[in-house]
Structures are given as C-alpha cells and as structure tokens.
Design a protein around this ligand. Structure first.
Ligand SMILES: [Zn+2]
Length: 274
C-alpha cells in the first residue's frame, strides 16, 4: 500500500511534469473506485491548467484553474493504485481505470483493487470531508515535540496506535511508527500520557528523519515511479525492528520482540525501548 513517503515521491515526480500544463480532458473507463467517479469529470477537467501539485496526508491535490470552474483534482492511490505517464496512444490495460489527458502525454491511473479515489473539489467550497478529518502533517513545522506532548495529555492509549491515528497525525504507517519509536528509544507499549516533553522532541525528530530517509530512497527512483510500467513501488526501507521478530537488535544484540496492538503487528527491542 502506498504510504506517505511514496505519495510524496509521486507528488515530486508529478510536479515538474504537469505544473503549468493544460488538461485536454479525461477518460474514465471504470467509475467504480472506492467512491464513484463524477460523471462530469472529463468536462470539468477540460481546459484546466494545473497550477500546483500538493499533498495532504496520502491525498494528491492538483490545483486547477481556467476551466468551467476553478478547483482541485483529489487523487488517493488506495491499496494498489499507481500513476504513470504514458504516450497518448498507448493502449490501456485491464486495471487502467482513469486517464488525465495532456497535450504531450497521458497521466494514467492503474488500480487493480479499486480502493483509490479520484474526485473533483470546487474552489471555495468547505474543505472536502475526506480531508477535513485529517490530523497534522508530520513534515510540517507545526509538528513539534511540544505539540505532540500537549495533544497526548490524558491519553492512556499506548503511543504507537496514537501515532498511527490519522486524526492526530497523518501518514505514519505501521513500519514508520515502529522504526521511529526504535530510533527514539521509546516502547510502543508506553502510555502516550507517560512520555516526557524531551522524549517527544526526540520522537518527532525520529519520525521526520525516518520519513525523510524513505523519501530520499524513493527519490532516487523517482523517474521509474511515474514513468515506468511498474507498480506503486515499495521502498527499500532498512528496518531496524519491523519484520525482524526473533532476530538480534543491531544496537544491543538483544532479541526483537513481536506483539499485537490494535490488530496490528508491533516490533520492538525491549532492551533499547522503554
Ligand atoms: Zn536493542
């Protein structure tokens, strides 16, 4: 499943290709994704110029101006979605559900499992409900140790599910939560309310670094990501704890432990993380 770093790499790949470009229209071969595609999408997009490519959580936002109404094309890759540029005359394959047509190339969404989302949101309307519920961006300046300390007062839940709650902070998936907690030396089982301000500062730094490392790892293959026929792309993250149950900790030599937390697997080193 594409995680925040993959989506950010995708955004960085799209930005230079589509910013300032005119959209000629759209082809919707299958409107049945996670949410039904608007029937008028082609008409709405025709004549729009892309002025910016943003990201909010795992949503890609293409700001468009100059068509029948100004607004934003919202794309979520779901479980299995991928975007790539293809020649305008390239024959679509089975799971190629949506094309956004530009003069020089076509941006094609492939999504075998159909959990993706493609929506139009008119400028000036209230924030889209899908976006309005999202928490803070982990790479934003406002995401600090002090902020995380403040919002976790009175929270008895363990820190790991709190980090993975997109109403609190977006885009920290299971792997990134586990690796960040290891880097910060914090046990995933510790109650969120029982972590000091200083340790939260270390945790925020670890989260930023872990995500940044994944973005850099993906950035080296950025052209492949949007230009090849490959899938959504899972980054090679060098995991210290995730998926390493029973193996030895690279820091202390102890044994990495695996437990279940809220239906998800959690990996940590009981010696290094408290
Ligand atoms: Zn250890």
């Amino acid at each position: 499943m594409p995680e925040l770093p993959e989506v950010e790499v995708c955004r960085r790949g799209l930005q230079p290709e589509v910013t300032g470009e005119l959209i000629l229209g759209a082809v919707v071969r299958s409107p049945r994704l996670r949410l039904p595609l608007p029937a008028t999408l082609g008409d709405t997009l025709a004549g729009q110029r892309v002025v910016a490519v943003r990201r909010r959580g795992k949503y890609l936002l293409l700001d468009c101006r100059g068509g029948i109404e100004d607004g934003c094309l919202i794309i979520h890759l779901g479980m299995s979605g991928s975007l790539r540029f293809v020649a305008n005359d390239k024959t679509p394959e089975k799971h190629d559900h949506v094309d956004i047509l530009f003069a020089r190339q076509t941006l094609r969404l492939s999504d075998p499992r159909r959990f993706g989302v493609v929506l139009w949101h008119a400028l000036g309307e209230a924030p889209h409900p899908l976006l309005a519920v999202l928490g803070i961006e982990p790479l934003a300046d406002e995401f600090t140790g002090d902020w995380l300390f403040a919002v976790t007062r009175g929270r008895a839940a363990p820190i790991k599910p709190v980090l993975m709650d997109s109403h609190v902070v977006v885009g920290i998936g299971n792997i990134y939560a586990a690796e960040s907690l290891f880097r910060a030396g914090i046990s995933p089982l510790r109650a969120a309310s029982r972590i000091s301000r200083e340790r939260y500062a270390r945790l925020v730094a670890a989260i930023r670094q872990t995500l940044a490392d994944a973005i850099v790892a993906g950035g080296s293959s950025i052209r492949d990501y949007v230009h090849s026929d490959g899938g959504a792309g899972c980054f090679q993250v060098d995991c210290a704890v995730y998926g390493r149950a029973g193996e030895s900790c690279r820091r202390c030599g102890g044994v990495i432990r695996q437990v279940r937390q809220g239906g998800r697997s959690t990996f940590y080193c009981p010696s290094c993380q408290h």
